[in-house]
Design a binder for this molecule. Structure first.
Ligand code: ATP
Length: 503
């Protein structure tokens, strides 16, 4: 819930994960900085994704394209004309909303009603409950499903026909009220382009206007032949990229979920025309597997098929995550057809065909894309990991149960006391491990306090050096989640860490 989000925001700040941008000037709306631990967590997410994409697939390579691109790019991609959000203002509260989001939230409420009916059925019939049959026959469910279909149809039609008056009528017909004032008095719907622009060079005339990229994908499209030729890639093949993207989001709230400057991890997979649906299904499966490999439980994820397809797609879905605000988009998987490459051919005048040696023919490939927001993945991981626990002795602890591979600090090394050569011994251990694992040294305060500090930042292991260590070269190692301690030989430490952290 929203309170949970507030706790996560304050915990993030307190421990150096995320700060408001320009904090001393009271921040800049929807822009955030990652602190000392946040940047570690972010790097670990990036590397987990990059390894899964690039290192584990012989036919996927990575690039790093510039944020600035030739302005014609954004005409070709459709972003100059079609990258708009439909906005609506409430006359009473003067608050601005995205019309599509208001409608989606309304649909979500109806979906919850269906879920409630399903839950009732499960309670009543237990194992004998046949969900499929229930969904197909229960009159309440059928009525609610018909409502959802009707809303989706109307909205899709209105958007596809650029009929903004129809979007407004739909909001009024559904009786959607302003979440703040409760008023149903709405203005007309307006379109608002989300791209940031600036000028390149010294003269500020409009001919020099360029955009900050709103997605990383176009840097891949314009380079696809460079990479294909120099890397001798054969279709099907993919190009991966991690980088910043910028959108002038109007409704910017919910912490790092919706930012104006954010990072995407995208992979464009180039396939034979006609084979895109096969690969679309393949990547849906691969991506959900990637998420689940992190060990966050299945019930935190669901697929959501798009009703309103973007101008470039012939099939699209989201992987949604159960954020503190409810299920929301974390990643998009899109079948983008040959739209982008064909558009770039048209606008650049260059041929962007691939010669397929097996078919002995040339064609413009189709593209299946997986696109995940790094910051959203960060929020997903953090909100999943955040736990407040009551312990057996009645005390409480806050612990981040982060997947071990993503934890910012892998290991804390602590001397029991600051004397008798224990600090030196602890440093010796730390020095032998720090090249491979990010370790922290901590000798301040009681052991209990030190453990709490490491729990709060999600450190999977704490190693304590005591007097016995000096005699027999053993240490105690404490597990973050079970809080159990075990005595092991220092020489065993590396093997244990390798088993825990190496993929
Ligand atoms: P939304 O509907 O939430 O605005 P979108 O459908 O416009 O997202 P895409 O264009 O598909 O998003 O971008 C791919 C991914 O980039 C999204 O799944 C999301 O994780 C991330 N993303 C998009 N916009 C933002 C943003 N403003 N802040 C943070 N991440 C974002």
């Amino acid at each position: 819930n929203e309170d949970n989000l507030k706790q996560i925001i304050s915990h993030s700040k307190e421990y150096g994960f995320v700060f408001q941008s320009s904090d001393i000037y009271d921040g800049l709306s929807a822009v955030y900085d990652y602190g000392q631990l946040g940047s570690e967590l972010k790097n670990n997410i990036k590397s987990y994704w990059w390894k899964a994409m690039v290192q584990m697939h012989e036919n996927i390579v990575g690039i790093d394209a510039a944020i600035f691109m030739h302005p014609e790019t954004w005409k070709a991609s459709g972003h100059v004309d079609a990258f708009n959000d439909p906005l609506i203002d409430n006359k009473d509260s003067k608050k601005r909303y995205r019309a599509d989001v208001l409608i989606e939230e309304h649909v979500e409420k109806i979906r919850l009603k269906i879920q409630k009916d399903v839950d009732k059925g499960i309670n009543k019939f237990g194992d004998a409950f046949d969900k499929e049959q229930f969904l197909a026959t229960n009159p309440n469910v059928l009525r609610n499903q018909a409502k959802i279909d009707d809303i989706n149809d109307k909205f899709k039609n209105a958007m596809n026909n650029d009929d903004l008056a129809a979007v407004k009528s739909l909001i009024e017909e559904l009786g959607i009220a302003c979440p703040i004032s409760g008023s149903k008095e709405w203005t007309d719907v307006k379109q608002f382009n989300l791209m940031f622009s600036t000028e390149i060079g010294s003269v500020a005339d409009s001919a020099n206007k360029i955009y900050l990229r709103p997605e990383t994908a176009q840097g891949i499209f314009v380079n696809y032949l460079n990479v294909q030729k120099t890397g001798r890639m054969k279709i099907p093949f993919g190009i991966a990229q991690i980088g910043k993207a910028f959108r002038n989001e109007i409704v910017a709230r919910q912490f790092i979920f919706r930012m104006r400057e954010f990072e995407q991890m995208e992979m464009q997979f180039f396939v034979r025309p006609g084979e895109e649906m096969k690969w679309y299904e393949y990547w849906k499966e691969q991506r959900i597997k990637w998420h689940k490999s992190l060990g966050m439980t299945d019930d935190y994820y669901r697929f959501h098929d798009h009703i309103k397809l973007a101008h470039y797609a012939n099939a699209a879905c989201d992987i949604e995550f159960n954020f503190p605000m409810g299920f929301k988009e974390l990643e998009g998987i899109h079948s983008r057809t040959d739209f982008d490459l064909k558009q770039h051919e048209k606008h650049s005048g260059k041929k962007l065909q691939y010669f397929d040696p097996e078919l002995n023919e040339s064609y413009v490939p189709y593209v299946v894309e997986t696109s995940i927001g790094l910051d959203r993945m960060f929020l997903a991981t953090l909100s999943y990991a955040y736990c407040e626990e009551k312990l057996e002795d009645g005390s409480e602890r806050v612990v981040l149960k982060l997947p071990a591979v993503l934890a910012p600090v892998k290991l804390a090394v602590m001397p029991l006391t600051k004397k008798d050569g224990l600090p030196e011994k602890a440093r010796e251990i730390l020095d032998s491990l720090k090249f491979d694992y990010y370790c922290q040294y901590d000798e301040k305060d009681s052991m209990g306090k030190r453990y709490r500090r490491q729990d709060a930042i999600g450190t999977p292991y704490c190693v304590t050096v005591d007097h016995q260590t000096l005699e027999d070269n053993t240490v105690t190692i404490r597990d973050r989640d079970t809080m159990k301690q075990e005595r092991i030989a220092i020489s065993e430490l590396e093997k244990l860490l390798k088993a825990k952290f190496d993929l």
